[in-house]
Design a protein around this ligand. Structure first.
Ligand SMILES: C=CC1=C(C)c2cc3[nH]c(cc4nc(cc5[nH]c(cc1n2)c(C)c5CCC(=O)O)C(CCC(=O)O)=C4C)c(C)c3C=C
Ligand SMILES: [Fe+2]
Ligand SMILES: [Fe+2]
Length: 344
């Protein structure tokens, strides 16, 4: 029997340093997130980052936490419940880090008689530290605990025409009545090194060049190419003016160079260039979370207004929007009926 496993990265159990610390430990000790050798990762994460970050992160989480829990978890649960109403297959939700484990979610499916699972990483773009890590974890768990379960992965959907339509529709709704000077597509950043590492050709990715705009098989796993594609496709779908749209990268950790331009630098720069009314969209995430609600909707707004901006909106993620749930239902139900995937 077929079933669906929705996967996201996860949140701490509460916005306190006591619960944030083990969550951050699991997150940052992941070799696909901090991709240095184990000894160095241990020193970096446990010896340095975890000495101060849990308190800071807990404060940030406290600002966005809902009565029902972490927004990322609550929204993912709402999405799951809605999807269940659109399919006859069992649907479960698992998280890469934290207490809502992938193992429990797979057990839930197995208990309902499921042995053929579509895994759905809730990320439109491929990155080692998001899409790849949830898929590899799901495969490891399957091998160890559910050897008779078959897994099929929904590919990154960053350029799927139906997804672009749903995303564009959500953007145009949010922009209604907002006379913007500029729309910024702010994507979660990753270290530059990661896109070189994910390049299967080992020669295509040049970081600073125009590699992302020339055809290559490397783009199947190139996060930067994929996010630029999403921006371009939405721009075309909505007929947006070239000069009024750009992309940037947020949420970097100190140390390595990360993908540029950095979102916080753009918040400083725009008002000086006369772009004082700004709309920010965060399409690397399908659910609002710490990185959108705190970093963009709160901190980003403050920074932009302090730099001389006058008007600022953060456009919500797709969350549990009906058209998004219906699109996911179309993909999974089609796979149930025909065994085919919507895009590759
Ligand atoms: C597009 C999705 C994501 C990518 C790519 C990604 C890369 C990445 N993240 C970190 C470090 C942290 N990320 C944190 C939170 C966080 N990250 C994502 C998504 C991506 N991360 C989400 C959805 C969230 C929010 C979870 C929530 O509970 O709302 C955190 C924890 C919070 C904090 O302390 O800032 C860290 C740490 C790295 C290093 C990285 C790429 C290498
Ligand atoms: Fe992150
Ligand atoms: Fe590229």
């Amino acid at each position: 029997m077929k079933g669906v496993l929705l996967l996201n990265l996860g949140s701490p159990d509460s916005p306190t340093p006591k619960d944030v610390k083990p969550y951050l430990d699991e997150f940052l000790m992941d070799e696909r997130v901090i991709d240095v050798n184990k000894v160095l990762r241990n020193i970096l994460v446990r010896g340095i980052i975890l000495q101060t970050r849990p308190k800071k992160s807990a404060e940030a989480y406290s600002k966005i936490w809902w009565e029902e829990g972490s927004p990322l978890i609550v929204i993912s649960e709402r999405f799951t419940e809605k999807l269940k109403k659109h399919t006859s297959m069992p649907v479960a939700l698992g998280m890469r880090y934290g207490s809502m484990t992938i193992k429990n979610a797979m057990q839930e499916l197995k208990d309902k008689g499921v042995d053929d699972v579509m895994i759905v990483p809730l990320y439109p773009h491929y990155a080692m530290s998001s899409f790849e890590t949830v898929v590899v974890k799901a495969m490891d768990v399957q091998k160890e605990f559910f050897p008779n379960m078959k897994l099929t992965t929904l590919p990154a959907f960053y350029k799927n025409p139906d997804y672009i339509k749903v995303l564009s529709e959500s953007i145009s709704e949010a922009l209604e009545g907002f006379d913007y000077d500029h729309i910024l597509f702010s994507y979660h950043g990753i270290p530059e090194r990661h896109i070189k590492k994910s390049d299967p050709t080992k020669y295509h990715c040049k970081i600073d060049g125009s590699c992302c705009f020339t055809n290559s098989v490397a783009h199947h796993t190139c996060y930067r190419h994929q996010v630029y594609d999403t921006t371009e496709l939405v721009k075309a779908e909505l007929g947006l003016i070239e000069e009024k749209v750009s992309s940037s990268f947020q949420s970097r950790l100190a140390g390595d160079p990360w993908l540029k331009p950095y979102t916080d630098y753009e918040f400083e720069r725009f008002p000086k260039e006369g772009k004082k009314k700004l709309a920010v969209i965060t399409p690397a995430f399908v659910s609002d979370c710490l990185e959108t609600l705190e970093e963009i909707a709160m901190e980003g707004k403050e920074q932009f207004l302090e730099a001389g901006g006058t008007d600022y909106i953060h456009i919500p993620c797709l969350n549990d929007r009906d058209s998004w749930v219906e699109l996911m239902a179309k993909w999974v139900n089609n796979w149930e009926r025909t065994g085919t995937l919507p895009h590759s």
